[in-house]
Design a protein around this ligand. Structure first.
Ligand SMILES: [Zn+2]
Ligand SMILES: [Zn+2]
Length: 255
């Protein structure tokens, strides 16, 4: 089983898993780079997974389906290009011999879903769209801070070795903010060095792992005194976990 990020637009990744000449892609906002990858690797597209309704995640779905007949899976609660296999929280789907579990993770959008699968002889994979980014999280367009905190907390309980496949290359910007929140976090500083070297070499910083995200991602660390304290320096009223999370997200919005 091979996992590759296909770059699209400015900073999107269309994730592709392939095995035995068959492939699945996640959030194809643009069909062209996927067609190119299928052709150069000699793959048949078996399925398309979509995490949420934003155009940069769905724009290539119709063209890919039309050309390949791939089955499309997406969130049950969002307006999406039809026909679509609508997936609800806790449901599973089978592609490439893997079983993906669907997790409803509202916050960025109301119906956003993530897909998690165990992979034989490899680390598990998580396709989390615009919910969890490396060292960051998605903006709250349709959900509340309480919903996003719950969604991220749920993702954070997946196995530590899980490969985190985010839909955008936002890592360097997110790390700048993470270091503003936790200037003394040595793991974050070390990760920034590695991420800078990767980007200078035009390599993706992703996938990340949940083990790393728990060490460096301030949005998974709002329960820790260091993060809560940094937030309270700016928003003295933020005491409950949800208030701390909301203030942290608002801080990042203006950062
Ligand atoms: Zn989005
Ligand atoms: Zn996006």
């Amino acid at each position: 089983m091979k996992l590759i990020p296909i770059p699209a637009f400015n900073d999107n990744y269309i994730w592709m898993l392939h095995h035995d000449q068959r492939a699945v892609v996640v959030d194809p906002g643009d069909a062209q780079p996927v067609f190119k990858a299928l052709q150069s690797l000699g793959l048949t597209l078996e399925a398309i997974l979509v995490t949420h309704h934003h155009q940069d995640h769905t724009g290539g779905v119709a063209a890919l389906r039309q050309a390949t007949g791939a089955q499309v899976f997406g969130p049950c609660q969002e307006r999406m290009p039809e026909p679509l296999q609508r997936m609800a929280d806790g449901q599973t789907l089978g592609v490439l011999g893997l079983t993906f579990e669907v997790l409803h993770v509202p916050g960025h959008t109301a119906g956003h879903v993530a897909y998690f699968a165990q992979v034989p002889n490899q680390s598990p994979v998580l396709f989390c769209g615009d919910t969890l980014f490396s060292a960051g999280c998605g903006r709250l367009f349709e959900g509340t801070p309480a919903q996003m905190l719950q969604s991220l907390t749920r993702l954070a309980t997946l196995p530590a070795a899980t490969r985190v496949c985010c839909a955008h290359e936002y890592t360097l910007g997110s790390l700048q903010f993470a270091l503003a929140v936790e200037p003394d976090n040595a793991d974050t500083a070390a990760y920034q060095q590695r991420a800078q070297a990767l980007r200078q070499a035009h390599q993706p910083t992703l996938p990340s792992t949940l083990a790393l995200e728990r060490l460096v991602n301030p949005f998974l660390r709002t329960h820790l005194p260091a993060v809560a304290h940094a937030v309270q320096q700016r928003s003295s009223h933020a005491h409950s976990p949800v208030d701390v999370f909301a203030a942290l997200r608002a801080w990042k919005d203006q950062f």
